[in-house]
Design a protein around this ligand. Structure first.
Ligand SMILES: C[S@@+](CC[C@H](N)C(=O)[O-])C[C@H]1O[C@@H](n2cnc3c(N)ncnc32)[C@H](O)[C@@H]1O
Length: 265
C-alpha cells in the first residue's frame, strides 16, 4: 500500500541500509524490560543498553536517509569515481538493492547499457519492481535492466561487461566464508581491459582475511592497476558511523582487468 502510494507520487525509494527491525526489536525489548524494573531493579541496565542500541540505529538510519544526511548516496558516488574509459558498452552492478548504484552508473554514462542484479531475499525490502520504478523516475528506464542472480555464481558469461561495480553487497552474501572469492567471480565476468570498482567492508578480517593477500590474489585473477581506497576515512563519513560493522572497515578495491596477451589466447 505504502509502495503503491510512493509509485503514484513518483517518489524514489532506494531503501535504507539500516532496517526498521534493527530499531524496533531492541527498542521494544528494552521498553518491555523497563516495565519490569520496579520488580527487578537489576533489569534497568540491560533495558537501557537495548534502548541505546535502538536509538543508535534510528540515528544511523536518519543519517543514511535522503531526509537526513543522505550518506548512502554519497558513499555510492565514491564507487563511480574509479571508473575510467569511454563509459560505453555494458555495466553491471552486483547486489543492486533497489537499483541506486546501477541507476547512478547509467546516469553518469549516457551511452552505457546497465544491468542491476540482486537475489532480492527477504532480509531487505528491496525488489526488482522498485528498481524498475526508480529507473523510470530517474529517466534511464530504457538503458537499465534488472535481473535476479547470486553474487557467488553470476548468471553471466566470462568477459561480458565493460564495467563491474558493487556496493556493500559481498559481506552480506551468506554461505560464502571467504568473501574474496566474490571478487574473483566479479572479475570473471569483466572483459579484459574493463574497469571494476567494488566497495565493501574490506578491512573486516572475518569477511576478507588479510587485505594484502587478497590484493595479491587479485593479480592471479587477472586484475591490474589495482588500488585500495580507504573510503572509511572519507570526510563524508561521520564518526558515529565508524563502527566496524557500519562504515568503519569500508574501502574500495578498484582497477582494470588485464588485457590478454596473444600467448594466453
Ligand atoms: C546493504 S544492501 C546494498 C544494496 C545496494 N548495493 C546499495 O548500495 O544500496 C546489500 C544487498 O546485497 C544483496 N545480496 C545479498 N546476498 C546476495 C547474493 N548472494 N547475491 C546477490 N545479491 C545479494 C541484498 O539483497 C541487498 O540488496
Amino acid at each position: 500500500m505504502k509502495d503503491r502510494k510512493k509509485a503514484d507520487e513518483g517518489e524514489l525509494d532506494y531503501g535504507n541500509w539500516v532496517s526498521l527491525k534493527l530499531i524496533y526489536v531492541p527498542g521494544a525489548a528494552g521498553l518491555a524490560i523497563l516495565i519490569l524494573t520496579p520488580l527487578v531493579p537489576l533489569l534497568l541496565v540491560p533495558s537501557l543498553v537495548l534502548i541505546a542500541i535502538s536509538s543508535y540505529f534510528a540515528y544511523a538510519r536518519h543519517l543514511f536517509s535522503p531526509r537526513g544526511k543522505d550518506i548512502s548516496r554519497q558513499v555510492r558516488r565514491m564507487v563511480l569515481t574509479n571508473i575510467g574509459g569511454q563509459g560505453k558498452g555494458r555495466g553491471l552492478d552486483i547486489g543492486c538493492g533497489n537499483g541506486a548504484l546501477a541507476i547512478m552508473l547509467a546516469k553518469a554514462y549516457p551511452e552505457m547499457m546497465v544491468v542491476g542484479m540482486d537475489y532480492w531475499g527477504k532480509d531487505w525490502g528491496y525488489s526488482s519492481s522498485a528498481c524498475e520504478r526508480n529507473a523510470s523516475i530517474e529517466g534511464v528506464g530504457d538503458r537499465v535492466t534488472f535481473q535476479r542472480g547470486d553474487a557467488a555464481s553470476l548468471p553471466f558469461e566470462d568477459d561480458s561487461f565493460d564495467v563491474v561495480v558493487s556496493n556493500f553487497t559481498f559481506h552480506e552474501v551468506r554461505g560464502v566464508r571467504d568473501k574474496g572469492s566474490l571478487v574473483q567471480e566479479a572479475l570473471r565476468v569483466l572483459r579484459p581491459g574493463g574497469w571494476f570498482s567494488i566497495q565493501d567492508l574490506f578491512l573486516l578480517k572475518s569477511a576478507y582475511g588479510d587485505l594484502d593477500a587478497l590484493l595479491d590474489k587479485m593479480k592471479d585473477w587477472g586484475a591490474e592497476d589495482t588500488r585500495f581506497i580507504e573510503t572509511r576515512n572519507s570526510e563524508i563519513v561521520p564518526w558515529s558511523l565508524k563502527l566496524p560493522f557500519m562504515l568503519g572497515t569500508m574501502g574500495i578495491v578498484a582497477g582494470r582487468k588485464r588485457a590478454r596477451s596473444v600467448l594466453e589466447e
